[in-house]
Design a protein around this ligand. Sequence first.
Ligand code: SPQ
Length: 429
Amino acid sequence: MQQIFQCVSNGLKGTLQVPGDKSISHRSIMFGAISTGVTEIENFLLGEDCLCTISCFQKLGVQIEQNGTKVKVLGTGTKNFTYPAEVLDVGNSGTTIRLMLGILAGTTISAELIGDASIEKRPMKRVVEPLRLMGAQITGREDGNFTPLQVKGAMLKGIHYSSQIASAQVKSAILLAGLHAEGETSVTEPYISRDHTERMLSYFGGYIERKGTTVTVKGRQKLFARKIFVPSDISSAAFWMVAGLIVPNSHIVLSNVGLNPTRDGIIEVLKNMQADIQISDLQNKDFEPFGTVEVSFSLLQATEIGGALIPRLIDEIPILALLATQANGKTVIKDAKELKVKETNRIDTVVKELKKFGAHIEATEDGMCIIGPTPLHGAHVQSHGDHRIGMMLIVASMIAKGETVIDGIEAISVSYPDFLTDYEKLKSQ
Ligand code: SPQ
C-alpha cells in the first residue's frame, strides 16, 4: 500500500500512551502458557507479531481469551499442549519462532513452524545449534538454519552455552528449553541483552540467577500464573521522541514508557546529543520499570554509538540514523552487524532510503556514518516490508520539504497498528 505525506508545518504537540511493549507481550503469552493458572494481561500489544504468538499457542491447545488489550491465558503447563492440527505460522516475528523453538524442544509435541518471506531469510542456527546441544530434535531447510522448521519434542539436558552474540532471542530460547531440561542451564553473552525473560521467569515464581553476563536456570521448575501490566514499548515511543526533537516547535509527552535498563540506550544517546528530554514519574510496578518521557525540539550534536550500548538500542538504530541527519557533526554507529539479520538488512535499507531524502549517510561493515545537519527533501521511498523502516520513513517525511510517497506502509502493523492515528492526534493538538 502506498501513502503520500507532507511535512509538518506547525509542530507536534500533546500526550500519548504508545501501545504495549512487543517483547513483553510475546513473553506474557508464552509464560502464561507454560505456567499453571490464569495469567491476566493488561495493555497487551495488538500488533501482528503478538497476535501470531497468540494464534500459535491456541493451535497448541492453550485457551487464550482476548478482549481488546486485555488478554487471559489459561495455563496448564507444557504437559497439556496438544498436537497442532496445522503448521504454526509466526508471520513476521523472529521472537515468536526463536522462543517457541526453545519452549517446544523439551515437550512431547511435534510441530512445524513457518513464517513470511522475511522470516524465511532470517538465520535460525543461532538457536537451533545450542538447542541441539541440549538434545533437541530440530530439522529444516539448510540443516535447520531456515524455515520451514520441524521440532520433535525430546528429553533435554542442561548445558552451559557461551553465545558469540548479545541476543535476547538466543538467550531466551536456551533458558526456556532449560526449564524443561535435566540439571542447570546457563547462557553467557558478550554484553547483556534485554532481560525481559529473566524478569518474567522470576515474577512467575521461577528460580534464576545472574552473575555478570551469565544467567542460570534450574530444570524442571514449576511456574505460576500472574497478573501482568505491559508498559508502553520504548521502541515505539522512540519514533515520537525523535519526531519531537527534529520537528520544529514540537513538545511531546509519552506516558508509561518501559524504561528497563537493558532497553533504554536511546535515552542515554539522546542526552549525549544534548536533546531536551526529561524522565519523570518513574514506577516499578510488578517486574518492569516505566515512566513518563517528555521531549521538545532541540539543536543536536553528533555522537558515537557502539559496544555495550548496541543491544540496549538495537531496534532504535533506524530512527537514530534519521535523527543523526539533523545533528551537528559526524555520527558513527558501529558494532551493529546484527542489523543485517533483522526483518531486513537494516544497514542497507536505512542507508538506501535516507539517501533518497538527500541525507549524507554511508554504510560501513558494522554500522553507518551520518553527517549533519542536512535539510531533507521529499522522496519516493519504501519500507521493504520492515515496520521499523516504515515508521522511520514517516518521521523523515515530517521534516522533508515537499511530498513524500511511501510504499509498503502496511508493514507498520507488525508493532504499531495505530501509528498514523497517533500522528494525527499530535498534529491536531
Ligand atoms: O521479533 P523480531 O522480528 O526479531 O523483532 C525485532 C524488532 O525490530 O521488532 C528485531 F527485528 O526485535 C527483536 C530485537 O531486535 C526482539 C527481541 C526480543 O523480544 O527478544 C530481541 C531483539 O533481537 P535479538 O536477535 O537481538 O535477540
